[in-house]
Write a protein that binds this ligand. Sequence first.
Ligand code: 3HC
Length: 678
Amino acid sequence: MSAVHYSVEQFTAFLTVDNPPVNAISHSVRQGLADGITAAQKDERVKSIVIHCAGRSFMAGADIKEFGKPPQEPHLPDVCHHIEACNKPVIAVIHGVALGGGLEIALGAHYRIADESAQLGLPEVNLGLIPGAGGTQRTPRLIGVEAATDLITSGKPIRADKALTLGLIDAVVEGALKKAALKFAHSVQEKEIPKPYAQKPAIPSETFFEDTRRLLSKRKKGFEAPQACINAVEAASTLSFMDGMKRERELFIECRNSSQSAAQRHMFFAERESLKVEDVPRETSAYPIKSVAIIGAGTMGAGIAIAFLDKGMPVILKEVSEEALKAGINRVEMNYAQQVKKGRLSEAMKDSRLALLKGSIDYGDLSDVDLVIEAAFEKMDIKKLIFAELDKAVKKTCILATNTSYLDVNEIAESVSNPKNVIGLHFFSPANIMKLLEIVRGKATSIETLNTALQLCKKIGKVGVVSGVCFGFIGNRMFQHYQREVGLLMIEGATPWQIDQALTKYGMPMGPCAVADLAGLDIGYFTRQSLSDDQYEAKAFLLHDRLVEMDRKGQKTGAGFYDYADRQGSPSAMVENMLSEISQELGIERRAVSEAEIVERTIDALICSGSEILSEGIAARSSDIDVVYCNGYGFPRWRGGPMHYATHHGKAIIRARIEGYAEKFGNRWWRVSDWLKD
Ligand code: 3HC
């Protein structure tokens, strides 16, 4: 059955695309549109043609699921040409989103009108692609090189009013869209068909393309697609339209076949998959969450509060004393004041958000909230006391969440009378900025509580992953293994700056030692004090611990692995000497460690512990682990997360390396689990 319906009303042919849920342009849509245009051209009743969509939006782009399969004619650029070449006026009528190929179809039409809520964009760059159906050639000719470059390289959609100002669309219409479409179609049916793409667009300045390339190589470090986008837009300003289209096609195919695009497409689907839980069917009920209380107003608690306030949800911040509460409220206020100062938020918005914030030092004030998130000190005794207090204070349906990053959620749940309502909600710092939310499912957590957390996660704009209970859950458990290899490589001969350089070259935004300095070396120090010997490799953290004991706690004390005369930091001769001493104490002869070894051992450590987590059922799918690492730990998205990287690189190669490490270092940490054998 065709995904495009053809009907005629008042001299106007309506081509209605109906391909739920988002009208992705799959083969049947392309064929249906091409056939519809041909039919309307021949249809003597028809004077103009409307392309519009059923359902919640206009077309959201090419069908990404078809990428990687053999391409089927008609190809999207040909459909756009066919629309453009039509001798009757074609109007794209947009509601919801018009993205990627969807916008490119609209650009092939002779006119575009949209309702007020519409959003238009070319997000291909987020999938490691460039717009490949004329988007890079038509957009600069229509709205100018600068605005087009912004739209194409940022991938961010714009609202209908901005699209109108830029000249991307011809009108924003109010009221019933079909009526408005007919009115517009009648107004243009006798007019000459516009030809806006004949002229090459002007170049904003001689150095525009070079400057933009440089800027993008910093802002989107490691990503290939933004550079390809610029090359394609440059072609629009130097080549004829048809030659520009050829160049765009070459660049598009290059990107589509690249490992980066495969990785970014993998992430797109992985992030949508991660909120689907096998035993939580769609019809599972969820509790309404209209108000939240947060226990602990430190950096984490305040960040979580902002994440909810930003979505218009009332928040009670609970502390133990007036003094601590004042400091916590101040953290939230300062954050909003900074946002106003940077022009990211208006005074009025700031005031409306702060009006939703209340402070309290009394559990009695939490009797009516729907959700409590505990973000107190990371100690089991403290958490248990808090949960016991909450058990007495909150209503029966209230969800009780802990933000613990390591501790046993099952043990915490034992402190309350209704453990079904207990769950882990592990935010990442700064909680109002970082996208990741680890949703930790305890053994007693009910599917309703879990579903409530899944719904909430979407509502507050986070990318959620469900984890089972284990020490550190998915992310921190793996991170500990990564850090252990960093520590061991240091005592074997590598320096912190050598390690940081190797891993930033691999694509991490910061090296592990610079990250530790930024977060504060004392954070890990206190956690390690509570660990038993079988939970970590103590010698790998000797340098970390000694630095803390010398008050070299990282950036905040002006020194850590690095010396900080400025924020950049510089290598420390003293740390290098300390490392030599530690190696000597341990009887290890220092050796030259190559960049390749640094990358292999640290990334293999992530993969090794990730595959163990999978085998134990802590994560449901390997792609969930990729979602955690790309959204919470800065793993390069263009590599698609550690598990995708392992699959792409070859599990057999990694397995062989792990077997080699096990032989050399023992099998305490290095074990080949089922996922790697598969
Ligand atoms: N192709 C195939 N499936 C798509 C799709 C696409 N372009 N866009 C969304 N979907 C699917 C999702 O995978 C999801 O499937 P599921 O229910 O089985 O998990 C379903 O549609 C709903 O998507 P979301 O959960 O993301 O729904 P939202 O309402 O939150 O968001 C959206 C809707 C804003 C359209 C968002 O899905 C989105 O950003 N989609 C991608 C848009 C995009 O990147 N377009 C460019 C494609 S590449 C292209 O056009 C190349 C061309 O230049 C040649």
